[in-house]
Design a protein around this ligand. Sequence first.
Ligand SMILES: Cc1cc2nc3c(=O)[nH]c(=O)nc-3n(C[C@H](O)[C@H](O)[C@H](O)COP(=O)(O)OP(=O)(O)OC[C@H]3O[C@@H](n4cnc5c(N)ncnc54)[C@H](O)[C@@H]3O)c2cc1C
Length: 311
Amino acid sequence: MGDGEKVVIIGSGCAGLTAAIYAARSSLSPFVVDGVQPGGQLTTTNDVENFPGFPSGITGFELTNNMRLQAERFGAKFCDDSVKDVDFSDAIKKVVCENGTYFSRSVIIATGASPKLLGVKGEKEFFGGRGVSVCATCDGAFCRGKNAVVVGGGDTACEEALFLTKFCPMVHIVHRRDTLRASQVMRERVFGNEKIVPVWNSVVDEIFGEEKVSGVNVRNVADGSSRVISCGGVFLAIGHTPNTKQFTKYLDIDGNGYIKRRTGSFVETDVPGVFVAGDCADSVYRQAITSAGTGAMAAIAAERYFSTLEG
Ligand SMILES: Cc1cc2nc3c(=O)[nH]c(=O)nc-3n(C[C@H](O)[C@H](O)[C@H](O)COP(=O)(O)OP(=O)(O)OC[C@H]3O[C@@H](n4cnc5c(N)ncnc54)[C@H](O)[C@@H]3O)c2cc1C
């Protein structure tokens, strides 16, 4: 990092990369710490069909690589490192990485959230384009005309199941308990939809198929019996883990690990000069476009922050 960088951006997914484009074009000379997954979650999927501007779709790698090239074109610098600690107690913020420590007046946190996985056979093999998904909005259309399995019992699982009924003749919700823990209104919608079949007291033990998913082995935890459910897609809705543990000392974090924003702001935290973008602060939308949107907002807010400092 040189002397001219005004903003350190932590994370290089859609949020961090978009923030880098905007910050670079505002002459903030952003310095981006990549983290262990340059390009972020989207690099784990093949086809992105809902990012505006690509009528034939685009791969996650190509989309995020294009964003990176765009940011570099305007002067953003990147470093292959990960943040292990921060100190936001002074006007000059300290960002401590594995291989060095960086100082800046402003920080944009865009560290994303990692989807929780089941850890069962077949899950990794079929993840990202081959039938195992963590996002029905993103991948539901790929399951058109086939049955789907949703794993989970909360509001997200219900939303995913309801969404999938637009494409799938039958949607099984596999849940380890005998009742959904989703809100009343979601439960009513699910139980009122004849395409959704709850599979109670059950866990997925294995996901199988050839080129793509063709079914799951499900075990009933109450009586130990097993059965096969044929399906073309398995949608995991068992939660996300926001990558925010480095920030708990200085920022307000909610019970699920998401960074809280200052009341009335999309991207400001309670610490002046520290902004947040993307999935690390968003438990609701979790999309590439919404992450990119808040990345843009965070960079604009950082630019305004500097304007106020410089009077
Ligand atoms: C398989 C899959 C398919 C998807 N498909 C779609 C789709 O088709 N359409 C869609 O809109 N959305 C899709 N999504 C969701 C989308 O990928 C996310 O909403 C989006 O990537 C979030 O962007 P982000 O920048 O907030 O976080 P992420 O993409 O999670 O990026 C986080 C970044 O932070 C970095 N990082 C983490 N910790 C640290 C640290 N300590 N120090 C430095 N850096 C750190 C990581 O290396 C990474 O670069 C999909 C998600 C998955 C998992």
